[in-house]
Design a protein around this ligand. Structure first.
Ligand code: AMP
Ligand code: MG
Length: 496
């Protein structure tokens, strides 16, 4: 509590007074890895969302007390928009490169984001706190470094939904409306998003130094990545190979999880592929409504490079780019090739495990892949909803006739009969892994339209319902419903 009082009385407090004081390990890695950042600030920022449970888990519970005090949401809005320095923060923009739609761009970097620093939570885990949309940096090129409120609301809802769906992801701590317009295709209200990530190290970060032949920085980066994500690798004979093994395992499992919930990232460029294995950068991403294997939403993905069913091949390709970088530190080509080759196997095994569970199968076998494929072919042929299809299938366990899913259902019932569980047991098991609520595009767009008009009702309702995606919440039943054909969102935009 005393920290709160000091924050109110003394804006120029020392870092040790801030609950969960900032640390700056990444900043200390050397000047080649980042550029200093400064925030222009905003005159009348308004806090539109504050993630109190996340703040609590990060050891920033004193900030929740601030949020509860009458005059303090304004304080949080100023801090989390870069309008007033957050005590102890030292903003930097991180350098990175990346393959964008297959084309290598040697210098991208944080052009509209800045790392405030790291905090270590009560369990000892280190987290990055980053502001997104806070103003231009040395990496902004022609851009304004700002964000429309649209992408802020979208990332807040989708990243939190992903977390509650059990998928590794960066998190949302705060969303602020800046009170100032940004100019995209038209004037739109601006926003700043506070992202929490277990790091912001991307495959593209490695590519930045590898492409410059800066092996010293590459090594410093790799050692830091090991420290944060694969500490066990440090003690092995080939730490960089062990780091790579970790990234392959995490990214492969991640993409399998995306597939299991109908998620399409939309911009799987190497600069958006985190070595932590967290889902990173929610741009034109989307959950599909009706199932289509080749579904694409992003307006800029004209050739469907990042279509739903292409994601496994793309993550494999991206991991190959990381291997190329790390081979500059450890020349064991065969070793890296062997680790890279594990990507499709890990992905396929995880895919089978997850899809089997979605069908109520406890220990899926190779032969069950056929049943999974047949179920998806049926959904596609009948224009059925991905998410609700699995809930509807579980409901079939209570029904007598066998017609709703045709021949697939007959096969599925036969497979379940081998397990011998009671129908209500299987149904409960299926409903525990098949969400009822996902952030549907048409609802997310309603939340954004509301936000543009200063009405955050839909945003907050969606945020609330998506915290318990597997549980029926009768008061929010409308959010479970698939869009009518005319309500379907066909295209999504980066909006940056
Ligand atoms: P993304 O589409 O989020 O993966 O971003 C790709 C690159 O474009 C990154 O280097 C971003 O920092 C940069 N970028 C995107 N939007 C802006 C903006 N409004 N101002 C400056 N840079 C931007
Ligand atoms: Mg990005």
């Amino acid at each position: 509590m005393s920290a709160v009082v000091q924050l109110r009385d003394n804006g120029g407090m020392s870092t040790t007074d801030l609950p969960g004081a900032f640390e700056h390990r990444y900043a200390a890695l050397g000047e080649a890895l980042h550029e200093p950042a400064a925030f222009p600030g905003f005159h009348a920022p308004e806090l539109i969302a504050w993630n109190a449970p996340l703040a609590e888990s990060l050891g920033l519970g004193d900030l929740n007390d601030l949020n509860d005090l009458n005059d303090q949401p304004a304080r949080l809005a100023r801090w989390f928009s870069g309008s007033e320095p957050l005590p102890g923060s030292r903003p930097i923009a991180l350098a990175y490169a990346g393959h964008q739609f297959g084309q290598f761009v040697p210098r991208l970097g944080d052009g509209r984001a800045a790392l405030l620093g790291e905090i270590v939570d009560p369990a000892g885990t280190r987290w990055d706190l980053q502001l997104k949309g806070s103003g231009p940096t040395a990496f902004s090129r022609g851009g304004d470094g700002k964000s429309s409120l649209g992408p802020v609301i979208r990332e807040y809802l989708l990243s939190e939904a992903m977390h509650h769906l059990g998928v590794p992801t960066t998190r949302a701590l705060a969303a602020v409306a800046t009170g100032e317009d940004v100019f995209r295709e038209r004037a739109e209200p601006g926003g700043v998003f506070t992202r929490v990530a277990s790091s912001h190290i991307r495959i593209g970060t490695f590519q930045y130094f590898a492409s410059q032949g800066d092996l010293e920085s590459l090594r410093v980066l790799a050692e830091h990545a090991i420290d944060r994500h694969d500490p066990g690798a440090a003690a092995t004979d080939q730490p960089f190979l062990a780091l790579f093994r970790g990234v392959v395992a995490r990214q492969s499992a991640l993409v399998a999880k995306w597939l299991s919930i109908g998620f399409i990232h939309g911009v799987m460029n190497t600069d958006n592929t985190a070595v932590s294995g967290e889902t990173l950068d929610y741009g034109p991403c989307a959950f599909m409504d009706e199932y289509r294997a080749q579904k694409v939403f992003s307006s800029i993905d004209r050739r469907g490079r990042y279509a739903y069913a292409n994601q496994p091949a793309i993550v494999h390709w991206n991991l190959a780019r990381l291997a190329e970088c790390l081979l500059l530190l450890d020349e064991d080509v065969e070793g890296f090739q062997a680790e890279l080759d594990r990507c499709p196997d890990i992905l396929a095994a995880e895919h089978l495990r997850l899809m089997g569970a979605k069908l109520g199968i406890e220990a899926p076998r190779e032969a069950d892949r056929d049943l999974v494929d047949a179920f998806f072919r049926r959904l596609e042929a009948k224009d059925q909803d991905f998410t609700l299809g699995f809930r509807a299938l579980a409901d079939r366990l209570e029904a007598g006739d066998e017609s709703a899913f045709g021949e697939v259902e007959t096969r599925w019932r036969a497979r379940l009969a081998e397990q011998g569980d009671a129908p209500d047991t299987v149904r409960a098991r299926m409903n525990a892994v098949n969400p009822l609520y996902i952030p549907r595009n048409h609802q997310v767009e309603r939340a954004i339209r509301g936000g543009f008009a200063g009405d955050y009702t839909v945003f907050h309702e969606l945020d609330t319902v998506l915290r318990r995606p597997f549980d029926e919440q009768p008061e929010f039943a409308a959010y479970a419903v698939a869009p009518e054909p005319e309500e379907r969102v066909l295209r999504t935009f980066c909006g940056t």
